[in-house]
Design a protein around this ligand. Structure first.
Ligand SMILES: Nc1ncnc2c1ncn2[C@@H]1O[C@H](COP(=O)(O)OP(=O)(O)OP(=O)(O)O)[C@@H](O)[C@H]1O
Ligand SMILES: [Mg+2]
Length: 261
């Protein structure tokens, strides 16, 4: 059947018309599919840009809140403590008053500690001061002490040189992974392994806790308010990296993030 070089005025047969119609329909479907695919791609990139903006705005907001807490509540507690010290110096031999004053100072001291903890969660000062790897090590050490569970930290390879935004993203991923171990795992051991080699940085947070059914949790997360996993994924993507979560009931959990260097 030849439908391409008709002589002028020569009519198409019925079969030729059917063939041409079916060909046109196929072309239309392919074109429509391509349009849908490029719209999907565009929507995805808009969504990624929006998520990045939200995460950046969240970091800025956290810094602002940390500073506000530091400049208000922390200063007030610190100056109240100084006043109580002065007050103590003027107490003469009243044991009951001295004991009460001592208790009040203890409570304020604890509040100051809580506030400082809150500030360092909100704004990773350690990261600003020390850089990623030492900040991760210190965070994991302090986390281990607070949790009272065995914590093993392994570092392999040279300290990587990463942009600040990537360091923040990785720090937040580990922070979230540790928060999850604390809140859900009932673990007796946590391993943090950082390996920098062959142009990539790999960070693993592994626990020996209760684990979970990943498929079930992900299906549930579509309707729940939990955003831990989602924010970890987005942050990994923001530094061109990838994130894997391996878990099974009774088998513990491993969070692995890999970024190119
Ligand atoms: N290390 C872990 N061990 C056991 N279960 C975990 C662990 N990490 C996560 N999970 C399970 O996966 C769920 C989803 O975790 P995700 O971090 O997304 O949310 P969340 O911690 O519940 O809330 P959010 O992080 O938003 O405060 C948790 O509710 C918990 O059931
Ligand atoms: Mg979480």
């Amino acid at each position: 059947m030849n439908v391409t070089n008709k002589k002028s005025g020569e009519e198409f047969t019925r079969d030729e018309l059917e063939l041409l119609t079916s060909f046109a329909e196929h072309v239309a479907i392919v074109l429509q599919r391509n349009v849908l695919l490029s719209e999907l791609e565009e929507n995805r990139s808009i969504q990624e840009r929006l998520t990045k903006k939200i995460i950046d705005a969240q970091e800025e907001e956290r810094k602002r809140i940390a500073l506000a807490i530091h400049d208000s509540v922390v200063q007030l507690i610190a100056s109240t403590l100084l006043r109580l010290d002065a007050c103590e110096a003027h107490l003469s031999g009243n044991d009951r008053a001295r004991a009460e004053l001592y208790k009040a100072k203890e409570v304020l001291d604890d509040s100051l500690g809580e506030m400082r903890g809150l500030i360092s969660d909100l704004r990773p000062v350690l990261l600003d001061d020390l850089g990623l790897i030492p900040a991760l090590r210190k965070t994991a050490e302090e986390w281990g002490k607070e949790m009272g569970i065995t914590t093993e930290i392994t570092l392999e390879g040279p300290h990587p040189d990463l942009p600040k935004s990537a360091e923040t993203a990785l720090f937040r991923i580990v922070q979230e992974a540790l928060a999850n171990v604390k809140n859900h795992a009932k673990a007796t051991r946590m391993d943090l392994k950082i390996t920098s080699a062959d142009g990539r940085l790999e960070i693993k947070v592994k626990d020996n806790g209760v684990g979970f059914d990943f498929e079930k949790i992900i299906a549930k997360s579509l309707t729940s308010k939990n955003i831990g996993f989602e924010s970890m994924q987005e942050r990994a993507k923001m530094c061109e990296g990838s994130l894997e979560i391996n878990s099974a009931p009774g088998k513990g959990t491993e969070v692995k993030v890999v970024v190119p260097l």
